[in-house]
Design a protein around this ligand. Structure first.
Ligand SMILES: [Cu+2]
Length: 366
Protein backbone atom coordinates (compact mmCIF):
# COMPACT_ATOMS: atom_id res chain seq x y z
CA UNK A 1 0.00 0.00 0.00
CA UNK A 2 2.85 2.32 0.83
CA UNK A 3 4.27 1.66 -2.61
CA UNK A 4 0.90 2.44 -4.13
CA UNK A 5 0.62 5.74 -2.30
CA UNK A 6 4.17 6.66 -3.30
CA UNK A 7 3.31 5.84 -6.88
CA UNK A 8 0.30 8.17 -6.76
CA UNK A 9 2.50 10.95 -5.44
CA UNK A 10 5.01 10.35 -8.22
CA UNK A 11 2.25 10.44 -10.81
CA UNK A 12 1.02 13.73 -9.36
CA UNK A 13 4.56 15.09 -9.51
CA UNK A 14 4.95 13.93 -13.11
CA UNK A 15 1.74 15.70 -14.02
CA UNK A 16 2.97 18.94 -12.50
CA UNK A 17 6.49 18.79 -13.91
CA UNK A 18 6.33 17.62 -17.50
CA UNK A 19 10.10 17.35 -17.79
CA UNK A 20 10.53 14.97 -14.82
CA UNK A 21 12.08 11.63 -15.62
CA UNK A 22 9.43 8.94 -15.87
CA UNK A 23 9.65 5.17 -16.00
CA UNK A 24 7.84 5.13 -19.31
CA UNK A 25 7.25 7.97 -21.74
CA UNK A 26 5.82 7.23 -25.17
CA UNK A 27 4.81 9.45 -28.07
CA UNK A 28 2.19 8.87 -30.73
CA UNK A 29 3.78 11.22 -33.21
CA UNK A 30 0.67 12.10 -35.22
CA UNK A 31 -2.99 11.73 -34.30
CA UNK A 32 -6.32 13.30 -35.13
CA UNK A 33 -8.87 13.50 -37.89
CA UNK A 34 -8.35 15.50 -41.06
CA UNK A 35 -10.55 15.04 -44.11
CA UNK A 36 -11.07 11.29 -44.56
CA UNK A 37 -8.16 10.39 -42.28
CA UNK A 38 -8.74 8.94 -38.79
CA UNK A 39 -6.48 7.64 -36.03
CA UNK A 40 -7.32 4.87 -33.58
CA UNK A 41 -5.08 4.18 -30.57
CA UNK A 42 -4.65 1.32 -28.12
CA UNK A 43 -2.88 1.33 -24.77
CA UNK A 44 -1.93 -1.96 -23.09
CA UNK A 45 -0.90 -2.59 -19.48
CA UNK A 46 1.24 -5.78 -19.37
CA UNK A 47 1.24 -6.09 -15.56
CA UNK A 48 -0.46 -9.09 -13.94
CA UNK A 49 -0.72 -7.34 -10.58
CA UNK A 50 -1.16 -3.59 -10.87
CA UNK A 51 -3.37 -1.11 -12.65
CA UNK A 52 -1.45 1.89 -13.96
CA UNK A 53 -2.25 5.54 -14.44
CA UNK A 54 -1.12 7.09 -17.71
CA UNK A 55 -0.94 10.86 -18.03
CA UNK A 56 -1.97 11.67 -21.58
CA UNK A 57 -1.31 15.07 -23.17
CA UNK A 58 -2.62 16.20 -26.55
CA UNK A 59 0.01 18.40 -28.19
CA UNK A 60 -1.65 20.30 -31.05
CA UNK A 61 0.28 20.63 -34.33
CA UNK A 62 1.24 23.99 -35.79
CA UNK A 63 4.70 24.23 -34.21
CA UNK A 64 3.41 26.06 -31.14
CA UNK A 65 4.89 25.75 -27.64
CA UNK A 66 2.84 23.13 -25.81
CA UNK A 67 4.48 23.56 -22.41
CA UNK A 68 1.20 24.65 -20.81
CA UNK A 69 -0.80 21.54 -21.77
CA UNK A 70 -2.45 19.87 -18.77
CA UNK A 71 -2.27 16.06 -18.93
CA UNK A 72 -5.36 13.92 -18.56
CA UNK A 73 -4.96 10.97 -16.15
CA UNK A 74 -6.36 7.68 -17.44
CA UNK A 75 -6.32 4.32 -15.65
CA UNK A 76 -5.34 1.21 -17.60
CA UNK A 77 -6.35 -1.91 -15.61
CA UNK A 78 -3.89 -4.82 -15.35
CA UNK A 79 -3.70 -7.11 -18.42
CA UNK A 80 -6.04 -4.79 -20.28
CA UNK A 81 -5.92 -3.13 -23.67
CA UNK A 82 -7.95 0.08 -23.69
CA UNK A 83 -9.33 1.21 -27.06
CA UNK A 84 -9.58 4.81 -28.21
CA UNK A 85 -11.07 4.96 -31.68
CA UNK A 86 -10.71 8.44 -33.21
CA UNK A 87 -8.36 9.05 -30.29
CA UNK A 88 -8.16 12.84 -30.30
CA UNK A 89 -11.93 13.12 -30.02
CA UNK A 90 -12.57 10.11 -27.76
CA UNK A 91 -9.71 10.68 -25.31
CA UNK A 92 -9.39 14.46 -25.31
CA UNK A 93 -12.67 15.76 -26.73
CA UNK A 94 -10.50 17.76 -29.13
CA UNK A 95 -10.23 18.20 -32.90
CA UNK A 96 -7.40 18.69 -35.35
CA UNK A 97 -3.97 17.12 -35.66
CA UNK A 98 -1.34 16.73 -32.98
CA UNK A 99 0.94 14.35 -31.15
CA UNK A 100 0.05 12.48 -27.97
CA UNK A 101 2.47 12.25 -25.06
CA UNK A 102 1.90 9.37 -22.64
CA UNK A 103 3.71 9.22 -19.31
CA UNK A 104 3.36 6.60 -16.58
CA UNK A 105 5.34 5.15 -13.71
CA UNK A 106 4.32 1.72 -14.97
CA UNK A 107 5.29 -0.02 -18.18
CA UNK A 108 2.81 0.17 -21.04
CA UNK A 109 2.56 -0.26 -24.79
CA UNK A 110 0.82 2.28 -27.01
CA UNK A 111 0.06 1.82 -30.70
CA UNK A 112 -1.93 3.52 -33.38
CA UNK A 113 -3.56 2.93 -36.74
CA UNK A 114 -3.88 5.85 -39.13
CA UNK A 115 -6.30 5.24 -41.95
CA UNK A 116 -8.34 6.81 -44.72
CA UNK A 117 -12.06 6.06 -44.93
CA UNK A 118 -12.73 4.88 -48.49
CA UNK A 119 -15.89 3.70 -50.23
CA UNK A 120 -15.06 0.00 -49.80
CA UNK A 121 -13.62 0.22 -46.28
CA UNK A 122 -10.41 1.74 -44.98
CA UNK A 123 -6.79 2.06 -46.11
CA UNK A 124 -4.38 2.36 -43.27
CA UNK A 125 -0.95 2.23 -41.73
CA UNK A 126 0.30 1.02 -38.37
CA UNK A 127 2.22 3.48 -36.22
CA UNK A 128 4.12 2.27 -33.16
CA UNK A 129 4.23 4.40 -30.05
CA UNK A 130 7.75 5.80 -29.84
CA UNK A 131 9.65 5.50 -26.57
CA UNK A 132 11.33 8.72 -25.48
CA UNK A 133 14.66 6.85 -25.48
CA UNK A 134 14.37 6.51 -29.26
CA UNK A 135 14.23 10.28 -29.87
CA UNK A 136 17.57 11.17 -31.43
CA UNK A 137 19.81 14.00 -32.55
CA UNK A 138 20.96 12.10 -35.66
CA UNK A 139 18.15 10.49 -37.67
CA UNK A 140 17.76 9.09 -41.14
CA UNK A 141 14.47 8.25 -42.89
CA UNK A 142 14.93 5.98 -45.89
CA UNK A 143 12.75 4.39 -48.61
CA UNK A 144 10.94 7.63 -49.37
CA UNK A 145 9.25 8.22 -52.74
CA UNK A 146 8.00 11.52 -54.12
CA UNK A 147 7.43 11.53 -57.86
CA UNK A 148 3.92 12.79 -58.55
CA UNK A 149 0.80 14.56 -57.37
CA UNK A 150 -2.30 13.19 -55.67
CA UNK A 151 -4.53 11.34 -58.12
CA UNK A 152 -1.73 10.38 -60.54
CA UNK A 153 -1.72 6.60 -60.72
CA UNK A 154 1.64 4.90 -60.43
CA UNK A 155 3.25 7.74 -58.50
CA UNK A 156 3.82 8.41 -54.81
CA UNK A 157 4.14 11.40 -52.56
CA UNK A 158 5.97 11.67 -49.24
CA UNK A 159 5.00 13.65 -46.17
CA UNK A 160 7.38 14.15 -43.25
CA UNK A 161 6.52 15.19 -39.70
CA UNK A 162 8.40 16.06 -36.53
CA UNK A 163 7.89 16.20 -32.77
CA UNK A 164 10.09 17.96 -30.22
CA UNK A 165 9.71 16.05 -26.91
CA UNK A 166 11.81 18.59 -25.00
CA UNK A 167 10.85 21.53 -22.78
CA UNK A 168 13.21 23.71 -24.85
CA UNK A 169 13.19 24.54 -28.56
CA UNK A 170 15.02 22.22 -30.97
CA UNK A 171 16.85 23.29 -34.13
CA UNK A 172 16.74 20.77 -36.97
CA UNK A 173 18.76 20.56 -40.17
CA UNK A 174 17.09 18.56 -42.94
CA UNK A 175 19.19 17.29 -45.83
CA UNK A 176 17.43 15.49 -48.69
CA UNK A 177 19.14 12.96 -50.94
CA UNK A 178 17.62 11.87 -54.27
CA UNK A 179 17.82 8.78 -56.46
CA UNK A 180 21.46 9.49 -57.30
CA UNK A 181 22.24 9.78 -53.56
CA UNK A 182 23.31 13.40 -54.02
CA UNK A 183 22.19 16.33 -51.88
CA UNK A 184 19.02 17.90 -53.29
CA UNK A 185 18.94 21.69 -53.17
CA UNK A 186 20.02 23.40 -49.97
CA UNK A 187 19.73 21.92 -46.50
CA UNK A 188 16.56 23.18 -44.80
CA UNK A 189 16.42 24.36 -41.21
CA UNK A 190 13.47 24.02 -38.88
CA UNK A 191 13.09 25.33 -35.34
CA UNK A 192 10.52 23.41 -33.29
CA UNK A 193 9.01 25.02 -30.21
CA UNK A 194 9.08 23.25 -26.79
CA UNK A 195 6.87 20.14 -27.05
CA UNK A 196 6.03 21.48 -30.53
CA UNK A 197 4.55 19.32 -33.27
CA UNK A 198 5.07 19.84 -37.00
CA UNK A 199 2.25 18.12 -38.91
CA UNK A 200 3.11 15.90 -41.87
CA UNK A 201 3.78 18.02 -44.96
CA UNK A 202 5.10 17.25 -48.42
CA UNK A 203 8.85 16.72 -48.40
CA UNK A 204 9.08 18.71 -51.63
CA UNK A 205 7.93 21.90 -49.91
CA UNK A 206 10.93 21.85 -47.55
CA UNK A 207 13.23 21.93 -50.56
CA UNK A 208 11.39 24.32 -52.92
CA UNK A 209 9.87 21.58 -55.11
CA UNK A 210 13.17 20.32 -56.50
CA UNK A 211 13.36 18.93 -60.04
CA UNK A 212 15.66 16.02 -59.05
CA UNK A 213 14.48 12.41 -59.35
CA UNK A 214 12.93 11.57 -55.96
CA UNK A 215 11.45 8.22 -56.99
CA UNK A 216 13.90 6.97 -54.38
CA UNK A 217 14.97 9.38 -51.69
CA UNK A 218 16.21 9.59 -48.12
CA UNK A 219 16.29 12.34 -45.53
CA UNK A 220 18.92 13.17 -42.92
CA UNK A 221 17.50 14.91 -39.84
CA UNK A 222 20.09 16.38 -37.48
CA UNK A 223 19.09 18.34 -34.39
CA UNK A 224 20.63 20.01 -31.36
CA UNK A 225 18.20 18.05 -29.15
CA UNK A 226 16.72 14.55 -29.44
CA UNK A 227 13.60 14.66 -31.66
CA UNK A 228 11.14 12.33 -33.37
CA UNK A 229 10.88 12.28 -37.17
CA UNK A 230 8.93 10.10 -39.56
CA UNK A 231 7.85 9.79 -43.15
CA UNK A 232 4.53 8.76 -44.66
CA UNK A 233 4.68 7.53 -48.24
CA UNK A 234 1.29 7.73 -49.97
CA UNK A 235 0.31 5.97 -53.22
CA UNK A 236 -1.20 8.74 -55.33
CA UNK A 237 -3.47 6.33 -57.16
CA UNK A 238 -5.02 4.49 -54.22
CA UNK A 239 -4.11 6.77 -51.19
CA UNK A 240 -2.50 3.67 -49.57
CA UNK A 241 -0.14 5.09 -46.94
CA UNK A 242 3.05 3.57 -45.46
CA UNK A 243 4.53 4.86 -42.21
CA UNK A 244 8.34 5.08 -42.21
CA UNK A 245 9.97 5.66 -38.82
CA UNK A 246 13.33 7.39 -38.50
CA UNK A 247 16.34 5.26 -37.67
CA UNK A 248 19.50 6.28 -35.87
CA UNK A 249 22.05 7.70 -38.31
CA UNK A 250 25.18 6.10 -36.91
CA UNK A 251 27.50 7.49 -39.56
CA UNK A 252 30.17 9.81 -38.22
CA UNK A 253 30.86 12.62 -40.64
CA UNK A 254 34.51 13.50 -41.14
CA UNK A 255 35.52 16.80 -39.67
CA UNK A 256 34.24 19.64 -41.81
CA UNK A 257 36.39 22.48 -43.08
CA UNK A 258 38.26 24.62 -40.59
CA UNK A 259 36.18 27.60 -39.42
CA UNK A 260 36.73 30.65 -41.59
CA UNK A 261 36.62 34.38 -40.91
CA UNK A 262 34.35 36.41 -43.18
CA UNK A 263 33.94 40.15 -43.43
CA UNK A 264 31.04 42.52 -44.06
CA UNK A 265 31.75 46.18 -44.82
CA UNK A 266 29.24 48.51 -43.16
CA UNK A 267 29.43 51.45 -45.49
CA UNK A 268 28.77 55.19 -45.43
CA UNK A 269 26.35 54.55 -48.34
CA UNK A 270 23.96 52.71 -45.97
CA UNK A 271 24.76 49.25 -47.30
CA UNK A 272 26.14 45.97 -46.02
CA UNK A 273 28.70 44.55 -48.46
CA UNK A 274 27.97 41.78 -49.26
CA UNK A 275 24.27 42.15 -48.57
CA UNK A 276 23.91 38.36 -48.35
CA UNK A 277 26.85 36.46 -46.87
CA UNK A 278 26.85 32.66 -47.04
CA UNK A 279 29.05 30.94 -44.47
CA UNK A 280 29.42 27.55 -42.78
CA UNK A 281 28.35 26.92 -39.19
CA UNK A 282 31.24 27.81 -36.90
CA UNK A 283 32.51 30.62 -39.12
CA UNK A 284 33.24 34.04 -37.69
CA UNK A 285 31.76 37.19 -39.22
CA UNK A 286 33.47 40.53 -38.69
CA UNK A 287 31.60 43.71 -39.52
CA UNK A 288 34.02 46.52 -40.45
CA UNK A 289 32.33 49.87 -39.83
CA UNK A 290 33.09 52.70 -42.25
CA UNK A 291 30.52 55.07 -40.69
CA UNK A 292 28.11 55.08 -37.74
CA UNK A 293 25.61 52.22 -37.69
CA UNK A 294 24.01 49.69 -35.32
CA UNK A 295 23.78 46.24 -36.87
CA UNK A 296 21.15 44.15 -35.10
CA UNK A 297 19.51 40.76 -35.73
CA UNK A 298 15.91 41.05 -36.98
CA UNK A 299 13.24 40.12 -34.45
CA UNK A 300 12.40 37.14 -36.69
CA UNK A 301 15.97 35.83 -36.56
CA UNK A 302 16.57 32.80 -34.35
CA UNK A 303 20.12 33.99 -33.73
CA UNK A 304 20.00 37.18 -31.62
CA UNK A 305 22.86 39.67 -31.59
CA UNK A 306 23.59 43.38 -31.84
CA UNK A 307 26.80 45.28 -32.44
CA UNK A 308 25.62 48.29 -30.49
CA UNK A 309 26.36 51.62 -32.15
CA UNK A 310 29.75 51.57 -33.87
CA UNK A 311 31.69 54.28 -35.69
CA UNK A 312 34.15 54.47 -38.58
CA UNK A 313 37.08 52.13 -37.94
CA UNK A 314 35.25 49.98 -35.35
CA UNK A 315 34.73 46.24 -35.69
CA UNK A 316 32.10 43.84 -34.40
CA UNK A 317 32.61 40.06 -34.36
CA UNK A 318 29.99 37.31 -34.08
CA UNK A 319 30.32 33.52 -34.46
CA UNK A 320 27.39 31.69 -36.10
CA UNK A 321 27.15 28.13 -34.78
CA UNK A 322 23.63 27.21 -35.93
CA UNK A 323 22.65 26.62 -39.56
CA UNK A 324 19.86 28.83 -40.81
CA UNK A 325 19.00 32.10 -42.49
CA UNK A 326 19.53 35.09 -40.21
CA UNK A 327 18.28 38.47 -41.45
CA UNK A 328 19.55 41.65 -39.81
CA UNK A 329 19.31 45.42 -40.17
CA UNK A 330 20.83 48.68 -38.99
CA UNK A 331 18.72 49.83 -36.05
CA UNK A 332 19.59 53.47 -36.87
CA UNK A 333 18.52 53.33 -40.51
CA UNK A 334 15.93 50.56 -40.89
CA UNK A 335 13.18 48.81 -38.99
CA UNK A 336 13.45 45.11 -38.16
CA UNK A 337 12.33 43.30 -41.30
CA UNK A 338 11.63 46.64 -42.98
CA UNK A 339 13.15 48.23 -46.03
CA UNK A 340 16.32 50.25 -45.81
CA UNK A 341 19.62 49.03 -44.48
CA UNK A 342 19.31 45.23 -44.41
CA UNK A 343 21.54 42.19 -44.71
CA UNK A 344 21.32 38.43 -44.39
CA UNK A 345 23.70 35.79 -43.06
CA UNK A 346 23.07 32.33 -44.55
CA UNK A 347 24.68 29.63 -42.42
CA UNK A 348 25.10 26.23 -44.05
CA UNK A 349 25.39 23.14 -41.84
CA UNK A 350 28.88 21.88 -41.12
CA UNK A 351 28.40 18.30 -40.02
CA UNK A 352 26.54 16.53 -42.79
CA UNK A 353 29.01 15.99 -45.61
CA UNK A 354 29.54 14.65 -48.17
CA UNK A 355 29.34 16.35 -50.53
CA UNK A 356 30.31 19.97 -50.23
CA UNK A 357 29.16 22.53 -51.05
CA UNK A 358 25.47 22.46 -50.23
CA UNK A 359 24.54 23.47 -53.71
CA UNK A 360 22.27 22.07 -56.36
CA UNK A 361 23.66 18.85 -57.84
CA UNK A 362 24.48 19.03 -61.56
CA UNK A 363 21.66 17.87 -63.82
CA UNK A 364 21.80 14.29 -64.99
CA UNK A 365 22.96 13.54 -68.48
CA UNK A 366 19.87 11.92 -69.94
CU1 LIG B 1 22.91 52.46 -40.30
Amino acid sequence: MLHRRLASLLIAAAALIPTSVAADEVYLSVAGSVGVFRTDARIFNPSFTADIVVNASFLPAGNIANTGVTPKAITIPKRTMVAYDDVVASLFGATGLGAIRLVSDGDFIATQRIYAVASDGTLGQFVPGLDIATARTKNVIIQLKSNGAAGTKGTFRTNVGFVNPNATAANLTLTLYGKANGVVGQAATLRIEPFGVVAPASIATYFNNPSEDLSDAWLSVRADAAVFAYGSVVDNGTTDPTFVPAFEDTGEAPAGPEPEEKTVIVGPDFTFEPETLTITAGDTVTWLFRSTHTTTADSSSVEKWSSGTKNDGDEFVHVFDQPGVFPYHCALHSASGGTGMNGTIVVQPKDDPPPYPYAQQPAHDH
